[in-house]
Design a binder for this molecule. Structure first.
Ligand code: ADP
Ligand code: MG
Length: 704
């Protein structure tokens, strides 16, 4: 159930008057109710939880002469002239002045009586944003009051709340109806946090907090309120984060209701698999393997996130999980976000498993016709034991005989909603497969605990031995000549290099064009090098052929678009040049850079940029230059971009936070985790209500 159904609302309304429809509020008719619905407000309770996004201090009046464009101000002035202008749109203009300057209030919608009240000599107090008008600066549709005397500022007036609004519902109206709802129903809002929790956290009660946030008293700490760090706000933010966290934990519990095949570990395939490898796993890899094998022994579906920096060796851990599953005569599916990476995995897994008498299959959206039917048949009969592919693996018509494990590589590229959707795939009526999702975009631990609460997490926090951190330099593109010389020198010494040409926010076609032109230019300036080109518009066979030549050393310099961003693994490549580095995000640059430094040679990454650099871009490039630690980079990324972007949830609408802000309220997360556990153990009764209050009628994940 994604949206709260009307049936639930009315039946709940009988129990709890606070969930009565908004139309019970005086002055809220059908028309206004429709507009309020656009703000997600359906019930009186929704109105109580429609919280101000900020506050205005209306006791601070700005002299008109000092009001700057784009700022939001309170101004007081005397009316000099009122009249109607017939421009592109008819509008009412009212000029006021306060001795320091004058400005114009412009209204596009107005009534005759409104016009009549704006008489020369009266006083106008307006709240709004200063904009540039055709003649003077303007306030367009500000909130305003007309008085015959100069308005006196009342210093006891508290902060004025500013609510998230929508067209046709103004601030005045929102203040009035939230006020009504406070009077009418605040005392019926149910406290869902147990007394003991409130006192431990030293938080005000819900009713106190709500009232305070809607109507801060005159003595309130203005700065704290504006910053969102007042205890009243923190309490609400805490409750919201808790609700989101709990909904994930419930989702996890629900999933565990279904059984999964328990994988026993008495057979010999795993030894043979280890025998295939030409390296010894790191401690971190061994630990992750042990955690996964432990999960697989249980008849409960595993859902584990394996996070490890680029190059930390996640693939082999997935190989171990697959081996155990095959050994138990179940099938496994390995999914990668790009064709290029999927092909690489196909090669790796074929190399590992073909000698072990195991059939490795391949499926992408480009496999079609008879070939596709053959693959589907073999999956259905169980002839294919492990299949590698792209998201095509989970399209309709793909049926497995006995799917025991799904591995999703680089899951951050799939988005959280897909992660949720994936749970259902490969599920038969009585058994669900285990799942392992892997990512090289680590998120800070506290965030992971709270927002991957539906997953268990294993971390590989150690690189294979002998790796040296990639040396990173930042250079202006005017020094391109030196960079070209450096590439040539490296290739002369038998190394290989990437030259990456990203064009961000523009079309793939442009990116392809840029890479194609760069290849031509480099071919002219480096006639002795063997140069290859790979981009997203090439046919898979062409792409694969170029990659193969790069892998076996025939191609020394590979010019590429960001198609090589994830997963590509060529150990001899030790130099990477990234064009337009200033336009890429931290996580993406880190991923790209992770393509080099996979062998034992000292690797180097050249970040080329075109000045001028903005402050964020400067910070990004400096961060990359100074650290190769994925966790540190993730932390910085969080700081620069905010968690919505980092978690990849902004687009999905998941975790639509109303009052909490993950950057600001980061410090609350350990408590959220701890109290979440406590509620599940000791006060499970309130959890559903808590979730439906904060998550329930948005894009919830309660029953996904
Ligand atoms: P990622 O975690 O980025 O997916 P990969 O699984 O692609 O990393 O591994 C990167 C490279 O490191 C591969 O060539 C892999 O064979 C190699 N590798 C993995 N584990 C080890 C190890 N313990 N010792 C040496 N090399 C390893
Ligand atoms: Mg990988």
């Amino acid at each position: 159930m994604r949206a709260r159904s009307p049936v639930t609302s009315t039946s709940q309304a009988r129990l709890d008057p606070a969930v009565a429809p908004v139309t019970v509020i005086k002055g809220v008719g059908r028309q206004l109710a429709v507009k309020l619905a656009r703000l997600g407000i359906h019930t009186v309770q929704d109105l109580l939880f429609h919280l101000p996004s900020r506050y205005q201090d209306r006791t601070r009046v700005t002299p008109i002469g000092a009001a700057r464009l784009g700022t939001e101000v309170v101004v007081v002035g005397q009316i000099e002239h009122t009249g109607i202008a017939y421009g592109r749109r008819r509008s009412l203009l009212c000029r006021i002045s306060d001795g320091t300057g004058s400005l114009t209030m412009r209204l596009f919608h107005f009534s005759a009586s409104q016009q009549e009240r704006l008489v020369r000599g009266r006083w106008l107090r307006c709240f709004g944003e200063i904009r540039r008008g055709p003649v003077t600066t303007e306030l367009v549709h500000p909130e305003y009051e007309v008085t015959s005397q100069k308005p006196q500022v009342d210093p006891s007036e508290g902060l004025t709340p500013i609510y998230p609004a929508t067209e046709g519902v103004g601030q005045g109206q929102l203040r009035r109806i939230t006020g009504e709802s406070l009077n009418r129903s605040l005392d019926r809002v149910v406290e869902l946090l147990p007394e003991s929790v409130l006192s431990v956290l030293d938080y005000p009660t819900l009713q106190t907090a709500l009232h305070y946030v809607h109507r801060p008293p005159s003595g309130a700490d203005t700065e704290r309120l504006q910053a969102g760090t007042d205890p009243a706000q923190q309490r609400l933010a805490f409750e919201e984060l808790l609700a989101h966290h709990l909904s994930l934990r419930l989702a996890r519990q629900q999933r565990r209701v279904h059984p999964a095949p328990a994988m026993s570990d008495d057979n010999g395939l795993l030894d043979a698999f280890w025998g295939e490898l030409n390296f010894v796993p790191t401690h971190a890899q061994q630990k992750a393997c042990a955690e996964i094998l432990e999960d697989l022994r249980k008849p409960i579906p595993m859902l584990r996130l394996l996070q490890g920096d680029v190059g930390s060796g996640k693939t082999v851990v997935a190989g171990v999980a697959v081996t155990r599953v095959l050994d138990n005569r179940y099938q496994a599916a390995v999914m990668a976000p790009t064709e290029l990476l999927a092909e690489q995995h196909f090669r790796t897994f074929s190399r590992w498993f073909s000698p072990l008498d195991t059939e490795v299959g391949w499926l992408s959206s480009r496999v079609s016709g008879r070939q596709r039917r053959q693959v589907l048949d073999a999956l259905g009969t169980g002839e294919i034991h492990v299949v590698i592919g792209t998201h095509a693996l989970f399209q309709q018509g793909v049926e497995f005989r006995r799917l025991g494990l799904i591995v999703v590589d680089e899951q951050h590229r799939f988005g959280v909603d897909q992660r949720l959707a994936l749970r259902d795939k490969g599920t038969t009526s009585d058994c669900v497969p285990h799942q392992l999702v892997m990512t090289a975009t680590p998120i800070p631990r506290t965030l992971a605990m709270t927002f991957y609460a539906d997953l268990d997490v294993s971390s590989i926090d150690e690189l294979p031995p002998g790796r040296q951190p990639v040396e990173t330099v930042v250079v202006r593109e005017t020094r391109r000549g030196e960079v070209v010389a450096r590439v040539e020198a490296a290739c002369r010494q038998g190394r290989q290099a990437y030259w990456v040409c990203p064009i961000i926010d523009e079309s793939e076609a442009l990116e392809v064009q840029a890479a194609t032109e760069m290849e031509a230019a480099l071919t002219r300036s480096l006639p002795n090098l063997r140069i290859g080109l790979v981009h997203g518009r090439m046919k898979p066979q062409q792409k694969e052929a170029v990659m193969e030549r790069f892998r076996n050393g025939e191609v020394e310099l590979l010019v590429a678009t960001t198609v090589i961003e994830v997963g590509v693994d060529v150990a001899n490549a030790s130099l990477m040049v990234i064009e337009n580095a200033e336009r890429l995000g931290l996580a993406q640059l880190h991923q790209l850079r992770g393509r080099v430094g996979r062998g034992s040679d000292q690797a180097c990454c050249v970040l080329m940029y075109r000045p001028p650099l903005g402050t964020h871009a400067k910070t990004r490039l400096a961060t990359l230059r100074d650290t190769t630690d994925g966790f540190e980079i993730a932390r910085k990324d969080l700081e620069l971009r905010g968690p919505g972007e980092v978690l990849g949830t902004r687009q999905t609408g998941l975790m639509n936070l109303v009052i909490a802000d993950l950057v600001r309220d980061h410090g609350l997360l350990p408590k959220v985790e701890q109290i979440g556990r406590l509620l599940l153990d000791q006060h499970p009764g309130n959890i559903r209500a808590l979730i439906s209050r904060w998550v329930g009628h948005g894009e919830g994940y309660v029953n996904v």
